[in-house]
Design a binder for this molecule. Sequence first.
Ligand code: FES
Length: 145
Amino acid sequence: MENDSAIRELVSACVGQTGAPVTALRKIMATHGHITDEHVGIVADVFNLSRADVRGIVSFYSDFSTTPRGRKHIRICQAEACQAVGCRGLTREVSAALGLGLGETSEDLAVSLEGVYCLGLCASGPSAMVNERIIAHATREDLLQ
Ligand code: FES
């Protein structure tokens, strides 16, 4: 596999840290944009976990993705408090402007759109994130600029 030794080195550098498998997976996300089956196998091997254990971690945290995300990754909260202040309409507008549904990435990997369920800004919705930036009272313009 391409970069197998580089990934193994990246993952091995996390051994001994608190929450090491999660930290290793975060590093893989940061460097590769998504987590492949090969990455899962390396993390399982380095931390003496089963592949199912690692897949469980990957599927539990919404920060992890097994499919490539766009360089600009837009997440819009879809939970109840944000629904009450218009997240569904905002999602429809952004989705139409991008030509992407929730969970989709543009072919050129420029942008991806995802629904999330609570970003901890329930009193300031609709809430969203663009890459690592959290946005309160998000508007179409905030997300598409
Ligand atoms: S419900 Fe949207 S941030 Fe909590």
